[in-house]
Design a protein around this ligand. Structure first.
Ligand SMILES: [Zn+2]
Length: 247
């Protein structure tokens, strides 16, 4: 049994054949999924497709398109008892992003405060900004964190691990030495499985699917020399604990 802790089921690439996507996931042992809304409209759609039995909603916004972020905050407050996390939210310092870094930080801190107010875990986006996202989280003494697809160096993660932060590992680990290094460094007790579908597929250019989190599990098992069953079992415990999901 596995749970995909981060995907985007409302993305057209998955949404147009959602029934098949969910069926294929179930056949691969994915018993539940956390789907992440990005921006107000997408968050509404995310709530609509979530049944809180297999599909759980998380509400957030991308740091490179922060339009309407205050409406996302309001929506999260209104739906506190339906959602299982805040996010993804964070920083994106990719060269093509034209949103001021100071503004990105200001909004990120607002979402940090929201997660604290609602007592929900925070799922972070940190493209080309892993180290900075971690700094802000530690400065603000955030307790419940999922670092989604962390792209920082493995040398920066010790304090996050000490603090009990989780790192969710996407199927792109199959082609990313950075993710492989990360998995070697981080204890199994701090790892989760995510697809980030339709992004971060194991093969470049392919549409990713939640069923592919089995690839992340297999890589973790191989890199850590821990039997696959034990990997899945421990990560399932981690997941149920951080998201307070009951299966
Ligand atoms: Zn994502």
């Amino acid at each position: 049994m596995m749970i995909d802790v981060h995907c985007h089921l409302t993305d057209d690439l998955l949404f147009t054949n959602l029934k098949d996507v969910l069926e294929e996931a179930l056949e691969s042992g994915v018993v539940a999924l956390v789907t992440s809304g990005l921006g107000y409209e997408d968050c509404l759609k995310t709530l609509e497709i979530s049944d809180n039995r297999r599909v759980y909603p998380s509400l957030g916004i991308m740091p490179y398109n922060l339009h309407g972020y205050d409406k996302v905050i309001e929506l999260a407050r209104k739906n506190r008892y339906r959602i299982v996390a805040i996010g993804e939210v964070g920083l994106d310092y990719s060269p093509w992003v034209d949103i001021e870094r100071e503004f990105q930080k200001k909004v990120f801190v607002e979402f940090i405060e929201l997660a604290r107010e609602l007592d929900l875990p925070l799922v972070t986006h940190s493209r080309s900004a892993g180290k900075y996202v971690l700094e802000i989280l530690l400065e603000n003494n955030v307790e419940r964190v999922v670092m989604h697809a962390y792209d920082g160096s493995s040398s920066t993660v010790s304090r996050a691990v000490e603090k009990g932060y989780f790192f969710s590992i996407p199927p792109s680990i199959a082609r990313s030495t950075q993710k492989q290094k990360l998995v070697r460094k981080i204890p199994l007790e701090n790892l989760l499985l995510e697809s980030d579908a339709p992004a971060l597929s194991p093969n470049p250019g392919e549409v990713n699917k939640p069923s592919n989190i089995k690839i992340s599990a297999e890589w973790i098992s191989k890199l850590k020399s821990i039997p696959l069953d034990k990997v899945k079992e421990t990560i399932m415990d981690n997941t149920l604990r951080i998201f307070e999901i009951k299966i």
